[in-house]
Design a protein around this ligand. Structure first.
Ligand code: S3P
Length: 428
């Protein structure tokens, strides 16, 4: 665990940036292509630690997956060819691997055990275990299988209608994956729109998915086919640089090839509402997902309220938006965001603690934050708490502090953005 010391920036962020592939889409690409029959080529795959956990899980089940730089070749032999792993699967720090793979492991005729790191072992798994059990899944673990480690005694599942109790794309996706392996039809009814990559990308692999308003239905027993596609850049990674440019004087930045799926682009809406000078242009599509370029420059920002259905569409961007709020005129309120308490760390406490260390005026609430701005930020000692997005927020804050910022445990940034510091320095 090492500490990084960052000097304040002497100039703004300028130039052109291509952020790494989308984390959510990279996970799904590995899962769908590993369940499929045939060869899939996935380019611009995110080689961060989280997505590599999903790759390793399928390698352990006998899928041949080769990686050359950011290109993945997956030799899928179909669901029936998947083998029982000889040793427990390590989900590492990855909530997406843990939740989505639970849907898969529950429905395969295999016995599997899986564990995660300390942070992941504290995160709730009952949100997937409980609805999977209603489909007939047999999953064992401590506190009624509420936490990892878990043991899956794979079963033929029964399709059913699920009313989602949490606004979570991970839970929705786990149930749709289980539905593909189950008998009959499975429908998931959302109580608010969450990222829809699973529904959008499954058809690329030949699956039929029906979406009607808030309900998504899959038929069990569909055989996926291998496919080739390019993962768009991750808007959640781009968000750090969007905010960096918005708050740092003399910035003018182009970010290219970013996924602009409307269920993910809440950060753009939020920054626009705050008064940021931001332009987006759609340049292509991956399946039905829009991909495009963004230009952003330094702007004076004003406080806003983030709440309701928008929260799910920017949930991962709240730490960096909180930093933007420290530079905005007025009080920014973030509410309906209790989910932040069960992310890689309690992000409400971690954001408040780190920003306060730098001189910001931040109050925590049970379901969010109140940030009174604008406040100049000074240097200080921060901790990532092992959370990649908290670490990157600290690094971006250092662009505008009056003296040095140190960040303890910076390695966690590799989870979603292995070249983060190279990219940051390239723009300064
Ligand atoms: C993700 C969904 C979100 C998000 C996570 C990735 C996904 O989690 O925070 O980083 O890929 O489905 P929840 O669905 O639990 O909110």
């Amino acid at each position: 665990m090492s500490t990084l010391v960052l000097e304040p920036a002497k100039k703004g962020l300028t130039g052109r940036l291509k952020v790494p592939g989308d984390k959510s889409i990279s996970h799904r690409a590995v899962i769908f292509s590993s369940l499929a029959k045939g060869v899939s080529h996935i380019t611009n795959f995110l080689t961060g630690e989280d997505c590599l956990r999903t790759v390793e899980a399928f390698r352990q089940m006998g899928v041949e997956i080769t990686k050359e730089k950011d290109c993945l070749t997956v030799h899928g032999n179909g669901i029936d060819a998947l083998k029982e792993p000889a040793v427990p699967i390590n989900f590492g720090n990855s909530g997406t691997t843990a939740r989505l793979m639970s849907g898969v492991l529950a429905g395969l005729p295999l016995f599997t055990t899986a564990f995660g790191d300390q942070s992941l072992s504290r995160r709730p798994m009952d949100r997937v275990v409980q609805p999977l059990s209603e489909m007939g899944a047999l999953i064992r673990g401590r506190e009624q299988a509420s936490y990892l480690p878990l043991a899956f005694e794979g079963k033929k599942l029964r399709g059913r209608i699920h009313q989602l109790q949490v606004k979570s794309a991970q839970v929705k996706s786990a149930l749709l994956l289980a539905g593909l392996l189950a008998e009959g039809e499975t429908t998931v009814v959302e109580q608010g729109r969450t990222r829809n990559h699973t529904e959008m990308l499954l058809p690329l692999f030949g699956a039929e998915v029906q979406t009607k308003g808030a309900s998504i239905t899959v038929k069990g027993g569909q055989q996926l086919q291998g496919a080739d596609f390019q993962v768009p850049g991750d808007i959640s990674s781009a968000a750090f640089f969007l905010v960096g440019a918005a708050i740092t004087p003399n910035s003018d930045l182009n970010i290219v090839n970013v996924g602009l799926n409307p269920t993910r682009n809440g950060v753009v809406q939020a920054l626009e509402k705050m008064g940021a000078a931001i332009e987006t242009t759609i340049t292509s599509y991956v399946g039905e997902e829009p991909v495009g370029d963004m230009r952003i420059s330094h702007s004076s920002l004003k406080a806003i309220t983030l709440e309701g259905d928008l929260i799910a569409n920017l949930i991962d961007e709240i730490p960096i938006l909180a930093l933007a709020a420290t530079q905005a005129e007025g009080t920014t309120i973030i509410k309906d965001a209790k989910e932040l308490r069960v992310k890689e760390t309690d992000r409400i406490e971690a954001v408040a603690h780190n920003l306060t260390q730098l001189g910001a005026n931040v109050e925590t609430r049970e379901d969010g934050l109140a940030i009174h701005g604008p406040t100049p930020l000074h240097g200080g000692e921060l901790h990532s708490y092992g959370d990649h997005r908290i670490g990157m927020m600290g690094a971006i804050a250092s662009l505008i502090t009056t003296s040095k910022v140190s960040i303890a445990d910076k390695e966690c940034i590799n989870i979603s953005y292995p070249n983060f510091f190279e990219d940051l320095h390239g723009l300064l």
